[in-house]
Write a protein that binds this ligand. Structure first.
Ligand code: COA
Length: 199
């Protein structure tokens, strides 16, 4: 998979993404806003394991945010299960040298469009830690709507915190709601080896 937007792209991970992923991912300012599954410090072994997991997925749901020459971050979605199987959680992080240029917004727009075209999903959502207005802004600019406050829903960096819930709905009905549409990939088939959180 590869979707280009200007000089940037989201694309499938490849093994040689590990050094830049470790370089940009080894940053407390990144770690502080994402799940603890991404450790700090973040080494080359952590990046290699992440990439191995992402490359083993079928269907693929975790991608690199990249320049023409290197991976500069990560974006993905985690399909939910059972009665929530038409929903997926999105997540992303970007290397700090690239912040403030609209890259995360463009990447999220691309992933959102790809997810609704390729997967049988009606809802994408994200949870944002209460101290992360930049990510809330990214979601709003990508068309996600604020749905509410998830009180004390996370413990991060030693603090129990609130999170903001954002979501976007697919404009057309999902395949499961219509007859005769083009079959889409079932998100329910994501393997157990998939990472626990999109990024
Ligand atoms: C959040 C993150 C992905 C944003 O990436 P980015 O490429 O800089 O985002 P964009 O440039 O597309 O948009 C950021 C917006 O937030 C705004 N912003 C930045 N800091 C802000 C702050 N403290 N308060 C309010 N808005 C802020 C920017 O001005 C920009 O909005 P604008 O285009 O209207 O000016 C990046 O900072 C990051 O990777 N952070 C660490 C990991 C993380 O937070 N992941 C998301 C978890 S939910």
């Amino acid at each position: 998979m590869r979707i280009e937007f200007g000089e940037w792209q989201i694309r499938s991970f490849q093994p040689d993404d590990a050094p830049p992923l470790a370089k940009y991912g080894n940053n407390r300012a990144v770690w502080r806003n994402i799940w603890d599954q991404h450790p700090h410090p973040y080494g080359i072994g952590d990046a290699e394991e992440w990439i191995r997991n992402a490359m083993q997925q079928s269907p693929e749901t975790i991608f690199a945010i990249a320049s023409a020459t290197e991976a500069i971050g990560c974006i993905g979605m985690l399909p939910q299960s059972d009665v929530a199987r038409l929903s997926a959680e999105v997540g992303y992080w970007l290397g700090e040298p690239f912040w403030g240029r609209g890259i995360a917004t463009a990447a999220l727009k691309a992933l959102t469009e790809y997810a609704f075209i390729e997967f049988d999903l009606v809802r994408l959502y994200a949870t944002v830690m209460e101290w992360n207005p930049a990510s809330a802004k990214v979601l709003e600019k990508a068309g996600y709507q604020y749905e509410g406050l998830m009180r004390k829903s996370a413990i991060k960096d030693g603090q129990v915190i609130d999170q903001w819930l954002y979501a976007i709905l697919r404009e057309r009905p999902a395949i499961t709601e219509t007859a005769g549409s083009r079959p889409r990939r079932s998100s329910a088939s994501a393997p157990a080896a998939a990472p626990r959180h999109p990024c």
